[in-house]
Design a protein around this ligand. Structure first.
Ligand code: MN
Length: 340
């Protein structure tokens, strides 16, 4: 079967490999669609400290169950499914307090184990979610990015009436926007440096969009909030240098949700945090938010297909990577169509 394999940083190609087999407790899934994520790009460029090479990447995928291993009773052969990439131990401290997404021995499908950019993938049966009838396999490949949004919003604990500011209108910024609106947040400010992305944010319901290269974001946001600042700030730009601005723009008692995976330090002035009693939270992967996202998607409150810009065959992975590297303004979510 065909698979997209990263042998080492910057060394990747579509290769022919033996199809895997489902062992006890596992399901074999014929992958229909898999999305390319920024974190796949980090693996390809050698900027992910956790990955083990060689690796078949891809953690955003959906398909049809081809077979199940011994002891699997709750996953049906032939079922349309999507996969939660988070594998946790269930025994360590974070697992015991309900935070398996930061398990001490966390494994992520597509990072620590082979993922969705291949014709067949094996996954733990516990990570399989059956799709409601009217969610397509293309839309289902986007459930995972929405779980990222669900988790950062849960970590920030919105109160009714809270305004939200999202830095970055890439795919994750736009999933946070849609998820926030679906959860009843009414006013969302979105910033970016690419006007096409801001136009998408506006179209998807952002109250105000700001180009941070062309506009004075701090002045505009303080005017918009009558000097109060913003109670909720989600960082989907993931640029370490933006933290001081987030601290200045947060309202007193505000919560800042950080998603960046950079190893570069950010400047943090304690006075800014203490005088407003700010809460800074990290958000990693998802904490069992697949059922919630599937429910919102099935009820039409999320619009995953609005985020898809390309559908390409597996053989086009190298050219898709080239586009995402050099012409990111042309792409939103790039879906790789694998089985036909
Ligand atoms: Mn992702």
């Amino acid at each position: 079967m065909k698979a997209f394999q990263v042998k080492a940083p910057h060394d990747y190609q579509v290769v022919e490999v033996e199809p895997p087999k489902a062992a006890a407790g596992e399901a074999l899934v014929r992958v229909a669609f898999a999305g390319i994520c920024g974190s796949d790009m980090h693996i390809i460029h050698g900027d992910n400290a956790f990955v083990r090479f060689p690796r078949i990447t891809g953690h955003e995928f959906a398909g049809v169950v081809e077979a199940v291993g011994e002891g699997v009773t709750d996953v049906a052969v032939g079922a349309r499914v999507c996969i939660d990439p988070v594998i946790s131990c269930g025994n360590c401290y974070p697992c015991r307090i309900g935070r398996p997404n930061v398990c001490s021995s966390l494994e992520v499908i597509g990072v620590h184990r082979n993922g969705g950019f291949e014709e067949f993938v094996v996954v733990p049966a516990d990570n399989v979610h059956h799709l409601p009838e009217h969610i397509g396999l293309d839309a289902a490949a986007l459930v995972e990015p929405y779980t990222i949004a669900a988790n950062v919003l849960d970590r920030m604990q919105p109160h009714p009436g809270d305004r939200l500011m999202i830095l970055g209108a890439g795919v994750i910024g736009l999933t946070i926007l849609q998820m926030a609106l679906a959860k009843g947040i009414e006013e969302v400010i979105v910033t970016d440096v690419i006007n096409e992305r801001l136009a998408a944010a506006k179209q998807l319901g952002a109250t105000q969009v700001l180009n941070s290269r062309e506009q004075d974001v701090e002045k505009e946001v303080l005017t918009f909030t009558q000097g109060e600042g913003v109670p909720l700030i989600a960082d989907a730009a993931c640029v370490p240098a933006l933290l001081p601005q987030m601290l200045r723009l947060a309202s007193p008692a505000g919560r800042i949700g950080l998603l960046g995976f950079s190893a570069q330090p950010s400047e943090l002035v304690q006075l800014e945090v203490i005088k407003k009693e700010l809460t800074l939270v990290g958000s990693r992967l998802n904490n069992r938010q697949f059922p919630e996202v599937l429910k919102l998607m099935a009820s039409g409150q999320l619009d995953p297909l609005a985020l898809v810009s390309h559908r390409l065959p597996l053989n086009d992975m190298p050219s898709a990577i080239d586009m995402l590297d050099h012409r990111p303004e042309e792409a939103r979510k790039v879906l790789i169509k694998i089985s036909t």
